[in-house]
Design a binder for this molecule. Structure first.
Ligand SMILES: Nc1ncnc2c1ncn2[C@@H]1O[C@H](COP(=O)(O)OP(=O)(O)OP(=O)(O)O)[C@@H](O)[C@H]1O
Ligand SMILES: [Mg+2]
Length: 277
């Protein structure tokens, strides 16, 4: 049995790395059983939002300065990461982060580390293989040898092994062929509709995200710039310009949005290690 989805509420969230503010007054809601997308350019703060929810900021010397994060009405802010998994949150991290030398099956089982119901774990594994049928013959294959699309399926499957009430996917589409990304989004929709799992996808591929999500937010420089139903955002000229390939008119209206002052000196950049870990 999969648990029902839970509502995630992020309110007034402010996050900093040292003296650099990465998120400022961010308010985002994923309704119970909802499908929400957060769009944003490089450096907008998308991964920082994920790290804040999953309590992994400390690994990157980041900290929450202000705000609250609740899941199903209970605060998860300040909890340990394993407690957040137990509370019902699972993430597919940016860049997948599989254990390349372990097999597909071992990687999937890692996602069940918070559980001790052996027969339930077997059942979840079987559920995963029914969803990601192409992984069944690859169960004993070394994960690092799989194609990018197969690896992403393992990453989603691993997250599902904890039976999450909320599944967060950070840049699912990164480096994958459009056909594969399309299939992954179809599978997310299936998970959302058949299990009631709440879904939060963080994406630069706005086309698919806005097709599958019900609501969406656009982050820019750590703030929510635009929010609304996915249909509203698809019709929004600024979103069309930024993410869907719009024309000059959209570009002008985007440029005209009033913005707070740049949040930091251009010399202050992230560590050379680059992307999420
Ligand atoms: N470990 C870190 N130390 C210092 N600054 C960081 C760190 N990680 C991120 N930042 C800064 O915080 C801001 C938000 O970064 P974040 O990685 O959350 O953006 P993103 O929207 O996920 O970008 P991308 O699309 O490139 O993944 C950026 O200005 C980034 O330079
Ligand atoms: Mg990111």
């Amino acid at each position: 049995m999969n648990p029902a989805g839970l509502e995630l509420e992020v309110a007034g969230l402010e996050v900093a790395y040292g003296g650099v503010t990465a998120l400022a007054d961010v308010n985002i809601t994923v309704p119970a059983g909802g499908f929400v997308s957060v769009l944003g350019a490089n450096g907008a703060g998308k991964t920082t939002l994920v790290r804040s929810i999953t309590s992994l900021l400390y690994l990157h010397k980041g900290r929450v300065r202000r705000g609250s994060i609740t899941l199903g009405g209970q605060s998860i802010l300040g909890k340990k990461s394993f407690e957040i998994v137990q509370a019902g949150v699972a993430q597919v991290p940016e860049g997948r982060k599989l254990f390349p030398n372990l097999t597909v099956k071992e990687n999937l089982l890692c996602g069940a580390a918070s559980r001790n119901d052996i027969s339930g774990i077997d059942e979840s594994l079987e559920q995963n293989l029914e969803l990601f049928t192409q992984l069944r013959p690859l169960l004993n294959q070394t994960a690092g040898l799989l194609s990018g699309g197969e690896q992403q399926m393992v990453a989603v499957g691993r997250a599902l092994m904890s039976q999450p009430a909320l599944l967060i996917c950070d840049e699912l589409s990164l480096g994958l062929a459009p056909r594969i990304v399309h299939r992954l989004f179809e599978l997310l929709t299936e998970i959302n509709e058949t299990r009631g799992t709440s879904i939060l996808v963080i994406e630069q591929n706005a086309n698919l995200a806005l097709q599958h999500a019900a609501n969406a937010y656009v982050l820019e420089l750590g703030r929510v710039l635009i929010q609304g139903s996915a249909a509203e955002l698809r019709g929004n000229s600024m979103v069309q310009e930024l993410y869907l390939g719009g024309g000059d008119e959209a570009q002008n209206s985007y440029a005209a949005i009033p913005r707070p002052a740049q949040r930091r000196a251009s010399s202050q950049r992230r560590s050379p290690s680059g992307s999420e870990s």
